[in-house]
Write a protein that binds this ligand. Structure first.
Ligand code: DAH
Length: 355
């Protein structure tokens, strides 16, 4: 039996077995690879005696064709089999009902933070953030809060260590300190975020939200503060006219200090802002105390300005008629579906702040 015939028989036998695609490919390499059996035979062609060369070449070519065709059809068969198996396994049952489509809602607090940021950015405020875990210095001392101030008391402040050096910030005012320590005046920022106090009833939760405002420049006075807050309240409640009053108050970090009330009345069981003879306190504010400026290395003889702190949750309750603060943080989807906002409706002053 000739060599070529032997090769043919041997490989025909191999290819008859039940092979997977890796095994077929291996056979292909064994035959036609660089050092494959058939390839080597072709290399011998020159050494074959001249009178036999023609026959040798033609036999070799026909064995090569035969084996090649067989391999190709084997590979085709294997691929078809694999596809069919896959199709069998991955059958789609189009009679099944579709999955329900659930669209999330924006929480009223997030919505109100977006609204507030949008309103203040219209008049040149940028938005800053600070961490929930603060140090005692930023939260109290730098803000000119004396050592014996009641706010430092354990009952109000969640301290995180024995030495009372770390705490959950009790207000957003430490962002004033962080901003002024990190930058040079002028400053014109708001800082919304979470705040914490040991307090819990229908109108107080241990975690709540505030937005801080700070505007420091060479000649900022209380008139600017009034104008700014007047603009903000009108924009926020989307009314043309408001009643606003400044009541003298005390904060360690401002002098003079004031609390701001807005006028409202109840009509058909709903709160109407800007009319009536009832007053509602919504924020604290004042001219930044020179000691605070000194603490952050800003010269109080050159720079001055105002600051304010607003309770965000209270604003959200008022604007959207929600009467129990605790529901804000219960994580009840039914509540969120009712009071939440469409994610597509990002508030802007131009497109409308609320639905
Ligand atoms: N930090 C005060 C609070 O939590 C609110 C406040 C009052 C902030 C007056 C201010 C301010 O910036 O000037 O009660």
């Amino acid at each position: 039996m000739s060599d070529i015939k032997k090769i043919k028989d041997e490989f025909l036998l191999k290819l008859k077995e039940n092979l997977d695609s890796n095994q077929v490919n291996q056979i292909k390499t064994d035959l036609f690879g660089k050092n494959g059996v058939i390839s080597s035979k072709f290399k011998q062609l020159g050494k074959v005696a001249e009178q036999e060369r023609k026959k040798f070449a033609s036999d070799l070519n026909s064995v090569k064709d035969e084996l090649q065709n067989l391999i190709t059809s084997k590979i085709n068969d294997i691929e078809t089999k694999e596809i069919n198996q896959k199709l069998e396994k991955e059958k789609i049952d189009i009679t099944l009902p579709e999955r329900p489509f659930v669209q999330g809602k924006i929480h009223p607090v997030s919505q109100v933070i977006d609204e507030i940021s949008s309103i203040f950015s219209e008049i040149g405020f940028s938005v800053k953030e600070g961490p929930d875990i603060e140090n005692e210095y930023n939260n109290f001392t730098a803000l000119n809060t004396p050592d014996n101030h009641p706010a430092r008391d354990m009952h109000d402040t969640f301290y995180l260590d024995e030495k009372k050096e770390l705490l959950l910030r009790t207000h957003t005012s430490p962002v004033q300190i962080r901003t002024m320590l990190n930058d040079k005046p002028p400053f014109k920022i708001i800082a919304p975020g979470r705040t914490y106090r040991s307090d819990s009833d229908q109108t107080h939760t241990p975690m709540f939200h505030q937005v801080e405002g700070l505007h420091i420049d060479k000649d900022i006075n209380m008139g600017h503060l009034k104008g700014c807050l007047n603009y903000f309240i009108k924009e926020f409640f989307e009314v043309d006219k408001i009643k606003m009053r400044f009541r003298p108050s005390h904060f360690p970090f401002t002098e003079p200090s004031a609390e701001v009330d807005i006028g409202y009345e109840i009509k058909d069981g709903k709160i109407v802002i800007g009319e009536g003879d009832k007053w509602l306190e919504i924020l604290g504010c004042g001219m930044v105390h020179p000691n605070v400026l000194k603490n952050v290395k800003v010269n109080p003889d050159k720079f001055q300005g105002y600051a304010f702190g607003i309770g965000i949750d209270r604003l959200a309750m008022l604007k959207y008629g929600i009467n129990d603060l605790r529901a804000f943080f219960d994580c009840d989807y039914r509540w969120l579906n009712h009071f939440g906002f469409d994610p597509i409706d990002v508030p802007t002053n131009y497109r409308g702040l609320s639905r």
